[in-house]
Design a protein around this ligand. Structure first.
Ligand code: PMP
Length: 368
């Protein structure tokens, strides 16, 4: 490991959690409530299964390196021209490619604390300095602190709206303030992995429309992993400010970064937006039920962050590790935050009504 670059030696590992099979084997529980990865419990449209039925017959050829049909489909869905659409092996692939395109050692990146792990790991991999702006004590974006951090300069800004793991969002006014505070030569990356859920929250900004007036380079990232129910197939996309910007990403990404099954599935999913919208509506309704149930537990010190997403960030008021472990032993997978200052926090995805109930019952037992 002494041969590895120093940036790599110092990297934290991404915490992807345990698989269902591993939890089943370790604890001998029959039913697993998968509430650790913000997946969509209702899955993708049946149109996906139909599209994939023809996959094996075509699998001997390479996928379309330009993902032409899929990018046209995304263009129709988003209203942005296909020449400004870039697709990735999950949106995490696009985060990585953005860092490879823009960052040299010593560059400054600004993101949220706590943030999606890869918003910190990929910049550090390139030798960049990552400034993380803490959320407020009410677990909201600290817009003043963001403006102050941006005034110190930045090459790349990772703004997840809504955020993960907290779930909080910037409304249009706050979004405008942060965009205005970003240095003119900074690349603005708005990570909208949870946008389809956030559209149910009043005041959520239309980032693409807001940024269109901006002279600086920007990109809005989205994914098929959450609302569209395709986490296993790994497809994300970006809407870039210009075809030239998109071209930079095309130059750096691996040529066949989105495989054939993923391209077919994502295109099929786009043919049935009603399925996606129905699953999002169910999840948003289930989230509100879950919040009420958790408040009803009446556990001293328990706090729930405001959420515009398909998950809740919960301050347990005590160390998260034993609670996380006790939940696993009951077959409930959640995610425990390890970052300094957040050792009391647990993130739980909103699942089916039954799995949410399992989580609430287990938590009541553990904390009671
Ligand atoms: N950005 C954010 C904010 C996320 O929460 C996630 C997934 N947890 C991703 C990006 C990456 O998602 P994917 O690679 O599955 O598209």
């Amino acid at each position: 490991s002494a041969l590895a670059r120093p940036e790599v030696r110092g990297l934290p590992a991404y915490n992807a959690g345990l698989s269902s099979a591993a939890v089943r084997a370790r604890y001998g529980v029959a039913h697993i409530a998968r509430l650790g990865s913000n997946e969509n419990p209702y899955g993708a449209s049946p149109a996906v299964a139909q599209a994939l039925a023809g996959l094996a017959a075509q699998a001997g050829t390479y996928p379309d390196a330009n993902a032409g049909a899929l990018r046209e489909g995304i263009a129709r869905w988003t209203g942005a021209p296909a020449e400004r659409i870039v697709v990735g092996n999950g949106s995490e692939n696009l985060l990585e490619v953005l860092c490879q395109v823009f960052l040299t050692p010593g560059d400054r990146v600004v993101t949220l604390l706590p943030s999606f792990g890869l918003h910190e790991i990929y910049p550090r991999m390139m030798g960049a300095q990552v400034t993380m702006v803490p959320v407020t004590s009410a677990l909201e974006f600290d817009v003043d602190a963001w403006c102050a951090a941006l005034a110190g300069g930045a090459k790349l800004v990772f703004l997840a709206n809504p955020s993960n793991p907290v779930g909080c969002m910037l409304d249009t006014a706050a979004f405008r303030r942060i965009v205005a505070a970003a240095p003119e030569d900074a690349v603005l990356v708005v990570d909208e992995a949870y946008v389809e859920y956030a559209l149910h929250s009043p005041g959520f900004p239309d980032a693409v429309a807001e940024l269109s007036a901006q002279p600086r380079p920007w990109i809005v990232l989205r994914t098929f992993s959450k609302a569209w129910g395709l986490a296993g197939l790994r497809v994300g996309y970006g809407i870039a400010s210009s075809a030239e910007f998109a071209g930079l990403l095309h130059r750096v990404r691996t040529p066949f970064n989105v495989n054939m099954a993923a391209q077919m599935a994502a295109l099929a999913a786009l043919s049935d937006p009603a399925h996606m919208q129905a699953s999002v509506a169910r999840t948003v309704a289930a989230r509100e039920v879950l919040v009420r149930q958790l408040r009803g537990l009446d556990v001293a010190g328990l706090r729930i962050a405001p959420s515009a997403t398909n998950f809740l960030f919960i301050d347990l008021g005590r160390p998260n590790a034993p609670v996380h472990e006790a939940l696993l032993a009951r077959g409930v997978i959640t995610k425990a935050w390890k970052e300094r200052g957040f050792e009391n926090y647990l993130r739980v995805s909103v699942g089916t009504a039954e799995d949410n109930q399992r989580f609430v019952d287990a938590l009541a037992e553990i904390l009671g």
